[in-house]
Ligand binder design. Structure first.
Ligand code: ADP
Ligand code: MG
Length: 603
């Protein structure tokens, strides 16, 4: 029998390889723009026709190529950016594989015009399907222009696979955004079918974000900056109140290279936890600078994935950096009662998950100062009874309510047994209403209580100090094998928070004790919900596991709407709420209270 293995001709090999690198017009856009960046351009202009299907043109004013290089650049594995294996660990350029131009030329008609500063004239090369069709000298400015026509002209199957013009254009805009975002010192333009879509002037990162996403981002952004020995994080996050329902504005870069990294994304998302309503996503534009030896970008041809040597460290620093940015931002509304106060950074850190949402359109009495009786803020701001620490003594907060008005006494009359007993009024058996100096404070009892419990459970998980209540008649919970394994994974944390569970057989646990707040509730149901939520938010990180658990328990065990409360119960809720680190939002991101300014109303 004859031998049957043959080496593929280069043109076919290139076409096959091209499939990996160039999936759609946007992939060619990305490669060409990155080459322009690597060439040191300060101005990069992109023009497309028909969403890049008929034409893509990238013009740069970078270093240009010699005549020989201009021919060589279309060869597979032809690159000026690395030359030996060690270089792979010191990559500072966007490209390094020497694959892109070979791939593009294999499946399109490419015209290259390029001139170095030192050369008198430029060179023009036309390459179609990996074959050089034309080479000539041309007069031109220094720099490089690539024009790619009829992408996939020789791969009809691919061409037919392309999506609608709008969809392909969206991909192009996305690539353009990714490349231009972290290079704000470079000017960019994008033209589509003769219309200018973006004109980005050189500037700083904030200006670039506004150029790409709109000038209303000016007030939406919070700066993030964190420097340690090994990494540096810079950029902006979008304030929690502007979180979107779509994942759109999440841009994460490593050494200015856009990457997707589920684990690190999680670090950011988690820093926002409980400030953003469920099903909304935080926005961010962040770049991490690390020594190239700390990362491995060589894992996928399209290079949106990166491996870190010490990803846990990066996670922790990233999480802390975002947390800090949020904390510092959220300080001011809390202090605004009196005047913008200067605060030490420690305060921001102590606040941890400080106030995420300012209350819109509710004017706050500028003369009001909750701490005045004890102390004059002007004399010694942080001494005396108010400590900038975790627990604000609740007594101070009670001054928030100021003088009682007759309004309350009258209104209380409608609530039967609470009549004239205290300062709180329950409306619809769901809201606690009380007067404050400027008007009415209306608190959602369910959300308030879930916040109180959430912080309590977090503390208990931290100190392993949950109080357990023995069950007189232990119930059994039977699970499927998977869920039983999950429950086992969580046992330590569950014990820390007050559960006493004992495995009876591989799929059954005896519930010997429950957290004291869970008395009287369906504990089997509760545990099933905990397992379900754990599955949804599964993670290896102990910190997140704790947050999740505290959140689930708090939401499950909090006082439900439509529950009658005594005056004392209402008072306890109000006091405890304002002793929380974050009194404004519940763990599910919802606002806990509103202030109705009476004067405003009657005006
Ligand atoms: P890579 O970028 O991985 O090196 P490419 O196939 O994208 O591979 O490019 C091959 C080579 O062509 C580059 O290494 C570079 O030397 C040269 N080159 C490509 N585009 C440009 C450009 N716009 N300006 C100057 N040189 C370029
Ligand atoms: Mg390249």
């Amino acid at each position: 029998m004859l031998d049957i293995i043959k080496l593929l001709p280069d043109s076919v090999a290139n076409q096959i390889a091209a499939g990996e690198v160039i999936q759609r017009p946007a992939s060619a856009v990305k490669e060409l723009m990155e080459n322009a960046l690597d060439a040191g351009a300060t101005q990069i202009d992109l023009a497309v026709k028909d969403a890049g299907k008929s034409m893509i043109m990238v013009v740069d004013n970078g270093c240009g190529m010699s005549e020989t290089d201009a021919r060589l650049c279309f060869e597979r594995h032809a690159t000026s950016k690395i030359s030996k294996a060690e270089d792979l660990f010191a990559i500072r350029t966007m490209g390094f594989r020497g694959e892109a131009l070979a791939s593009i030329a294999a499946i399109a008609q490419v015209e290259l015009k390029t001139r170095r500063k030192e050369d008198e004239v430029g060179v023009k090369i036309v390459n179609e399907g990996s074959v050089v069709k034309e080479q000539s000298l041309v007069p031109m400015q220094s720099g490089t222009t690539f024009t790619v026509k009829n992408l996939f002209f020789n791969v009809p199957a691919r061409r037919n696979f392309l999506k609608s013009t709008q969809a392909e254009m969206r991909h192009i805009v996305e690539e353009f955004t990714r490349v231009s975002l972290m290079n704000p010192e470079i000017g960019f333009t994008l033209n589509s079918d003769g219309k200018e879509i973006y004109h980005l002037y050189p500037g700083n990162l904030k200006q670039r974000i506004m150029g790409l996403f709109g000038s209303n981002y000016e007030e939406r952004l919070l700066p993030v900056h964190q420097e340690t020995e090994r990494i540096r994080i810079d950029g902006y996050i979008v304030k929690a109140e502007y979180a979107k329902k779509t994942r759109g504005e999440q841009y994460f870069f490593v050494n200015k290279r856009f990457i997707k990294h589920a684990y690190l994304h999680h670090a950011i998302e988690n820093a926002f936890l409980e400030m953003i309503p469920t099903e909304s996503f935080p926005g961010y534009f962040l770049n991490i600078e690390v020594d190239p030896s700390e990362i491995d970008i060589n894992i996928h041809p399209t290079k949106t994935e990166v491996n870190f040597l010490d990803v846990k460290l990066v996670y922790a620093i990233l999480h802390a950096a975002v947390r800090k940015a949020i904390g510092q931002h959220n300080l001011s509304p809390m202090i605004d009662f009196e005047e913008p106060a200067e605060l030490s950074k420690d305060f921001g850190v102590a606040m941890g998950m400080a106030q995420p949402l300012s209350i819109p359109n509710v004017p706050i009495d500028p003369n009001f100062n909750p701490f005045k009786k004890e102390h004059s803020l002007h004399e010694s701001r942080w001494e005396g009874s108010f400590q900038p620490s975790k627990n604000v003594p609740s007594g101070d907060w009670r001054m928030l309510y100021g003088e009682r008005t007759d309004l309350q006494k009258e209104a209380v009359g409608t609530e039967g047994e609470n009549q004239n007993q205290g300062h709180y009024l329950q409306v619809n058996q769901s809201y606690i209403v009380t007067t404050i100096k400027s008007g009415l404070l209306v608190i959602d009892q369910n959300l308030a209580h879930s916040r109180i419990l959430f912080e309590k459970y977090l503390k208990e998980l931290e100190n392993c100090s949950g109080v357990s209540q023995q069950e007189l008649f232990p119930q059994a919970i039977s699970l499927n094998v998977n869920d039983a394994l999950l429950l086992k994974e969580m046992l330590t944390e569950l014990e820390d928070i007050g559960f006493a569970l004992e495995q009876a057989n591989p799929t059954t646990f005896m519930i010997n004790g429950t957290p004291s707040d869970a008395a009287g509730c369906d504990v089997v149901d509760l545990l099933e919900k905990i397992i379900e939520n754990y599955k949804l938010n599964r993670t290896d990180l102990q910190l997140d596991r704790k947050l999740n658990l505290a959140k689930t328990l708090a939401m499950q065990l909090s006082i439900k709407p439509q529950t009658r409360l005594s005056d004392l119960e209402m008072q306890n809720i109000v006091d405890q709420l304002f002793a929380c680190n974050v009194a404004e939002v519940a763990p599910n991101g919802k606002k806990i209270y509103v202030i109705l300014n009476m004067e405003e109303y009657f005006k």
